[in-house]
Design a protein around this ligand. Structure first.
Ligand SMILES: [Zn+2]
Ligand SMILES: [Zn+2]
Length: 644
């Protein structure tokens, strides 16, 4: 028998007989590695640990720590799901069963609908099969044989027809299950220790509405029970925090069927928060040297032709409107408008940087069906600014933008964030606009800015937009979810298309550098993130109602009205609940509305000129002088305390 040379990641080599399995090599290195092994990387491909090696190879053993191994685990669990379904419901036909970012699914065709009780049964059967430590065995089949074998399984038949080479691989799991699949999988079902089926949904074969509808079962899987439990807990938490549910309970916003999907109505309480977001941002613009501008919602198509959106972004734009003088379109972006303001007169290097900021409402077409609450909409307001500057100024400008971005996050209660820098491919493909000098200048400005700010950044090569590099800042919310928020994006294309210039010190015309930046991104979406982050219990400086005054009986109504007026005069958002309901009922209602402070007023408080303070999180805070309470409250509001 011939032998093979296997090179390990540390550069060491082993000579092994042909047919040796990656698992054998893992075992020879250490039994612990073998126990923790999930799958192997052989040269550039992922291999089953039990698949014999046939040629000299680079070999890496992937363990449970590896993200690709998690994908293999999840895909293997999808097979386990399908095997259990076939045992319980043998009439079922199999579609596909891939892993996803958070778990896996499998598509099935079956005349009867799967019920939630079926899911339980299926999961129990999966547990049973798991315990038998069934091997995932790989078999090779000739295409012709495969096509006749799967002639009654139309989806598999179609996939083999389209995707299989002359010989293709199939995997078995237990006596009844075999599936056309490229693999790889874990060695046996024993590895599949922590999984859970989550839901059933409809899905079209190959995602095409013209094809038959299938039933998709979703599940998730992890390497340990602990990770699974944490994930399920997060899912529960996310459900409780769903901004659509809380938005309705707290009467913050709505989407009106009559007006159309993806269009947001801010109700009075949501309006309070929106005003705070807008005021804060405008104030910051002014403080940080931006000029506030206001631009129209609509423009002639000629503008969109000059900017390029007419040709390259038309799918995302609302349809054109024919008016008497020309064709018009709603704006999907504010940039061309700010450019027109910049271009309205001759600029000298002494005028630069020009920073134009706006809270600009834009309209983008989204397919019906993909809209999602405040997160994915057809009309939204960006805190949009464009900076036009010289090459010498660009690094400071980027530093200012990133500082502004992190200050925004901190102000609204986010302590953790990540940054991602998307760069070009060095010019290799020719798909990027702009000169090498421009790219190098912009990328190094972005990099140096992150260094100056000590911002940890992940670099994603060849992920930039064609018109320039960018930095994205993502926040981590209260339950550990990552949300893309702020973007600082260079643009080498628009200044060229619009012929932007400034007169430099040398007396000649130069093209300014242009940066787009949005920090909230969209006010609607940021509002949605805030609702979920705080689960509707906004800190007192953001809360639509900060205090509710609750007299115990009618006797205290006049004193309660005085307290209410005093707070109102001091600028506090206060309500008076003098309905003749039991005070406990009124407290419960205020609690459900997540009002930060409740002031309960009985005879004793009324006589002493005091209030009995109740906090939504910490309950009874004892009796305080009204002025003392007001001073504490004002302190919390002024400091934008995130904890109250
Ligand atoms: Zn598979
Ligand atoms: Zn822009």
């Amino acid at each position: 028998m011939s032998s093979l040379t296997i090179t390990l990641p540390d550069g060491s080599q082993q000579t092994v007989p042909q047919g040796t399995r990656p698992l054998d090599i893992a075992t020879s290195i250490s039994p612990r590695l073998a126990a923790d092994a999930v799958v192997a990387r052989v040269n550039d491909d992922l291999f089953d640990l039990t698949r014999p090696l046939e040629s000299d190879s680079q070999l890496q053993i992937l363990t449970t720590k590896n993200p690709e191994a998690l994908q293999v685990l999840r895909h293997s669990t999808a097979h386990l799901l399908a095997a259990a379904v076939l045992e319980l419901f043998p009439e079922t036909k199999l579609g596909i069963g891939p892993p996803t970012d958070t778990g896996f699914y499998y598509d099935f065709q079956r005349d009867t609908k799967f019920t939630p009780e079926d899911l339980e049964k299926i999961e129990a059967r999966m547990q049973e099969l798991q315990g038998k430590a069934l091997p995932f065995e790989r078999k090779l089949t000739d295409k012709a044989d495969g096509l006749s074998k799967y002639k009654d399984d139309w989806m598999k038949h179609e996939l083999i027809q389209e995707r299989a080479g002359d010989v293709f691989s199939e995997y078995t799991l237990g006596p009844n299950f075999i599936d056309f699949c490229r693999g790889p999988h874990v060695p046996t079902s024993e590895k599949l220790k922590a999984f859970k089926l989550l839901s059933i949904a409809g899905a079209y074969w190959k995602g095409d509405e013209k094809n038959p509808q299938l039933q998709r079962i979703y599940g998730t899987a992890f390497f340990t029970k602990k990770e699974l439990d944490e994930y399920l807990h997060r899912l529960e938490e996310a459900k409780k925090r769903d901004h659509r549910k809380i938005g309705q309970e707290l009467d913050l916003f709505s989407i009106q069927e009559l007006a159309g999907p993806g269009l947001i109505f801010f109700h009075p309480k949501g309006g309070v928060i929106r005003k705070i977001l807008e005021d804060w941002m405008r104030e910051q613009y002014v403080k940080r040297g931006y000029s506030l501008v206001y631009t129209p919602h609509i423009a002639r198509s000629d503008l969109w032709k000059t900017s390029g959106h007419y040709n390259f972004y038309s799918e995302n734009m609302f349809k054109r409107m024919e008016l008497d003088d020309a064709e018009y379109q709603l704006k999907p972006m504010n940039c061309p408008f700010h450019i027109l303001i910049y271009r309205d007169h001759l600029r000298s290097y002494r005028d630069l940087p020009v920073r134009l900021g706006e809270l600009g409402t834009v309209y983008r077409y989204e397919r019906s069906g993909v809209m999602h609450g405040l997160l994915r909409v057809r009309g939204f307001t960006q805190d949009d600014a464009h900076i036009f500057c010289t090459p010498e100024q660009v690094e400071d400008e980027v530093v200012n933008c990133l500082e502004f971005a992190t200050d925004t996050l901190k102000t609204f209660g986010f302590e953790q964030y990540e940054a991602e820098l998307s760069t070009w491919d060095g010019g290799a493909s020719g798909k990027y606009d702009g000169s090498r000098d421009q790219w190098e200048l912009a990328e190094s400005a972005l990099k140096r800015a992150t260094e100056r700010l000590n911002l940890k950044v992940k670099v994603s090569p060849d992920e930039a937009a064609f018109y320039g590099p960018k930095i994205d800042v993502k926040l981590v919310d209260a339950i550990g979810r990552l949300w893309q928020l702020s973007t600082v994006q260079f643009d080498f294309t628009l200044p060229r298309r619009f012929g932007l210039e400034y007169v430099a010190e040398d007396g000649k015309s130069h093209q300014p550098l242009m940066v787009h930046r949005a920090l909230y991104g969209s006010i609607e979406r940021f509002f949605g993130i805030l609702i979920e982050h705080y689960a509707g219990a906004f800190p007192v400086w953001l809360a639509p109602v900060q205090v509710v005054v609750l007299p115990i009986t009618d006797r205290q109504n006049s004193y309660a009205a005085d307290v209410y007026q005093k707070l109102k005069d001091a600028g506090i958002r206060v309500e008076l609940d003098s309905r003749s309901e039991k005070v406990n009922f009124k407290i419960r209602e205020a609690q459900l509305q997540k009002v930060p402070f409740m002031l309960v007023i009985g005879d004793r408080e009324a006589q002493a000129g005091q209030v009995s303070v109740r906090n939504r999180k910490r309950g009874d805070q004892g009796v305080k002088d009204t002025d003392a309470f007001l001073a504490e409250l004002q302190q919390l509001i002024e400091t934008k305390s995130a904890s109250e």
